[in-house]
Design a protein around this ligand. Structure first.
Ligand SMILES: *[C@@H]1O[C@H](CO)[C@@H](O)[C@H](O)[C@H]1NC(C)=O
Ligand SMILES: *[C@@H]1O[C@H](CO)[C@@H](O)[C@H](O)[C@H]1NC(C)=O
Ligand SMILES: *[C@@H]1O[C@H](CO)[C@@H](O)[C@H](O)[C@H]1NC(C)=O
Length: 209
């Protein structure tokens, strides 16, 4: 079983998550999803997470690919037209990231500093309310210790309620062993549709149709 923890860092005052709001209705959006930003009904969500920024292997600064820059610069303003209170987050990581760069980044004070400063600057300059650090494969004790150090330094100066550790429940598609046994916990032979079983909203809609 893989447990994925996400860390959200909220930069703007309107991005605070109140104590009463313990459930988030979050969605990831990425440019290859086939879904235009303007077609997202942002009223359905508390948080929309824009994927992905990546870490530069030389400078350890957060960067956004040149092909994503034009989308990311309008994400927040477009989504807030329909739902002004939706919280927009820039996600760092993703399946295609080279996590050995992350491992090095968290292990050195100077590279953590580059990453922290550039991430805050970049998120603010693109109008995001906060950041989402998604490193599902961190598994060594050293990585875990260093991530703790990064989080402490990253949140330095931010009030405690602006840093949120969340346990996300992703929906994955499975191939049932017996199509008739489809209850919760029914045996499966493996993932369906994609190697991990993750599906985009468009793919789910196509399948239902
Ligand atoms: C967006 O979602 C809200 C909340 O469910 C709903 O009331 C509204 O009709 C939806 N808008 C569109 C254009 O689908
Ligand atoms: C961002 O960092 C990634 C990972 O190191 C690198 O492949 C990419 O070229 C960088 N892009 C820019 C614009 O610096
Ligand atoms: C990941 O990054 C490390 C450090 O920059 C590099 O040595 C390695 O070749 C990279 N791996 C891949 C698959 O790109």
């Amino acid at each position: 079983m893989k447990i994925i923890l996400l860390l959200l860092l909220i930069l703007q005052s309107n991005g605070a998550i109140s104590a009463a709001q313990s459930w988030m209705r979050a969605s990831y959006w990425f440019s290859g999803s086939g879904f235009r930003i303007s077609d997202i009904n942002s009223s359905l969500f508390t948080h929309i997470i824009c994927a992905f920024g990546d870490i530069n292997s030389v400078t350890y600064e957060l960067n956004i690919s040149s092909s994503d820059q034009k989308y990311f610069s309008v994400v927040s303003s477009t989504l807030k037209q329909r739902n002004p209170s939706v919280v927009t987050l820039l996600s760092i990581g993703g399946e295609r990231s080279n996590y050995s760069i992350y491992s090095t980044m968290v292990s050195q004070p100077s590279s953590r500093k580059s990453f922290i400063e550039s991430s805050m600057d970049l998120a603010r300059s693109y109008g995001f309310d906060g950041l989402d650090f998604s490193w599902p494969s961190a598994s060594t004790a050293a990585d875990a210790d260093n991530i703790g150090i990064l989080f402490n330094e990253w949140s330095g100066g931010l009030p405690a309620e602006k840093i949120v550790l969340v346990l996300p429940f992703y929906g994955y598609a499975w191939t049932l062993k017996d199509p008739k046994a489809d209850g919760i916990g029914a045996p499966a032979t493996g993932s369906a549709f994609t190697p991990e079983g993750d599906m985009t909203y468009m793919a789910v809609k196509d399948f239902i149709r």
